[in-house]
Write a protein that binds this ligand. Structure first.
Ligand code: DX5
Ligand code: ZN
Length: 230
């Protein structure tokens, strides 16, 4: 993974066909996805359950590019090694998941992985001020985490702009997660985001047997985001 700020589209497989994850990962990459975003939920930190490291390991052979693992779990530290061994490229933990996010990020990098820190909508940008030299990615949640298909929270756009200024010239991605569509992508890319997670907006209208719609959706979101950057 070489760092650049080109717009990257990271489809969330939370919106894929759960009976066909391998084929779905292959389909979205073939249709232009840059990263594959894997939403891990524990029914405790967030009110939903998805999957764990065994699923990530099973998906790994079906993903050529970046496997971007978003951990919505607490505690988190005890599971980091398992997700690293499962082949995650980026491991993102929430700043709200416990008192020791600094230790968590050290551990992720210690495992040889890119480290991400995520902020819920109610958490201010300042919460990551002491962490910017030890992360590769800041994930701004533009919905409350737990479910796909929710509406974008507009107040987060100002937070993205604040983070962009705080990050300065550090090689740190700003990832947006939740409610990204052709309508909201321009708002976040203009504010400084470069990695756009999208579940519903990528998978709508397509399937593993008719994946062309995924390509249409990915290209539309990318074009909207790039145009807004000027
Ligand atoms: C929410 C997840 C998101 C979600 C995005 O907890 O982290 O990745 O799946 O889904 P959409 O794009 O449908 O809002
Ligand atoms: Zn996510």
């Amino acid at each position: 993974m070489t760092f650049n700020r080109a717009i990257k589209i990271a489809p969330s497989i939370l919106a894929a066909d759960f009976a066909n994850f391998g084929a779905e990962c292959r389909a979205i990459e073939a249709m232009g996805a840059d990263w594959v975003h894997v939403d891990v939920m524990d029914g405790h930190f967030v009110p939903n359950l998805t999957f764990g490291p065994a699923m990530c390991a099973a998906l790994r052979p079906h993903i050529k590019g970046v496997m971007d693992v978003h951990l919505m779990i607490s505690p988190v530290d005890v599971y980091l090694e398992a997700f690293a061994n499962a082949g995650a490229d980026v491991i993102t933990a929430h700043v709200e998941a416990g008192p020791h996010i600094h230790r968590t990020l050290q551990a992720i990098r210690g495992l040889g992985k890119k480290a991400g820190v995520a902020l819920n909508p109610g958490t201010p940008a300042d919460a990551v001020a002491e962490l910017l030299d030890m992360v590769d990615l800041v994930c701004v949640m533009t919905v409350n985490p737990g479910f796909g298909g929710q509406g974008f929270i507009d107040s987060q756009v100002a937070k993205i702009a604040s983070l962009r200024a705080m990050i300065g010239d550090r090689p740190v991605h700003i990832e947006i997660d939740g409610g990204v569509t052709v309508t909201t992508a321009p708002l976040v890319s203009r504010a400084g985001a470069d990695v756009l997670v999208a579940g519903s907006a990528v998978f709508k209208g397509g399937s593993v047997t008719a994946p062309q719609a995924y390509g249409v959706n990915i290209r539309a979101i990318r074009a909207a985001a790039e145009a807004a950057r000027g």
